[in-house]
Write a protein that binds this ligand. Sequence first.
Ligand code: GLY
Length: 350
Amino acid sequence: MFYFCSTIQGFEVMNLEIEIKGRSRVVVGDVAEWLPRLLPQKRIVVVSDVNIDRHYHSLLERFDHVLIGQGETNKTLITIDTIYKRFIELGVDRSCFVLGVGGGIVTDVAGFAAATYMRGVEFGFVSTTLLGQVDASVGGKNGVNVEGYKNMVGTFCQPKFVICDVNMLRTLSPRDFRTGLSEVVKSAVIADSELFEMLEQCDFSTLQRDTEKLAQIVFRAIKVKADIVERDERETGDRRKLNLGHTLAHAIEKSSSKMNHGEAVAVGLALIADAAVGRGLLSAEDCNRIRCVLEGIGFQLEPPVAMRQLLTAVKQDKKNEGDSIHIVWPRAIGYCDVEKMPLADFKALF
Ligand code: GLY
């Protein structure tokens, strides 16, 4: 992995770039500048959603389009089938390039459709949400949900590029913006204590419009993920760390429609930090810092359903192996490790 950032008095925001596995360029920068530089000389087909198409029509109008519906309920094999049929109608073949433009749902779906259509068409992303920029669009995982189980079907296939323009985040609703910040906190707790300190000092009421600060934060969160994916692309070891807080978050999403992914991750992070303190793995002080940052962002940290109901849903997580589960434990701010433990022992902690 290489990363290039021009540093002038701390951080220069315009050209922050990381390369993952020598195959995937991730750029935090201006989409109007980067898109023409990164798009190959091929026929481009855009996969996006109706909302994105409205916002960025002038940027994308010259390309053929496939539009999907908005929201997690569209992250299904039915949507994939619709995209394949539209690709056939448009005469898309392996010489084309699929450009996914949108949040995590669009990029997960577009990446999966592109990676499987005709056994694989090259693709890249313009990531338009904070959640997408710091997590979903980066690292080569794509896929859809099946029967409410998250990301049950998909591939590991790196996008040629991911463009993360923080100016695009200005149009997000405050809730959607906040949602992405839980994944930033997660990255900081996993491996970047300086990023965590930046978050502790951050004024979240102005962050969405503070382009420079936001670019630094997004870049650092991406770098945590990129470093891990570089070491373990296919999640046989270290990449599991990116699931910090996600075992309980997925259970929350499965048991209740009240919280979206990022909100559920915030609760999952708080609960796993509490459990880590209970096991003597994390200091009460660090747990308190994690809770304070999450509350400062505006997250509600009480689970929306009873713990007993959550733990039943944990039983059905795809990351379980038989009766065991990989749990990521925060050990300090910026350091965590993974333990394979019997599911029953995990449940007993709550
Ligand atoms: N979102 C976790 C991962 O990409 O591995």
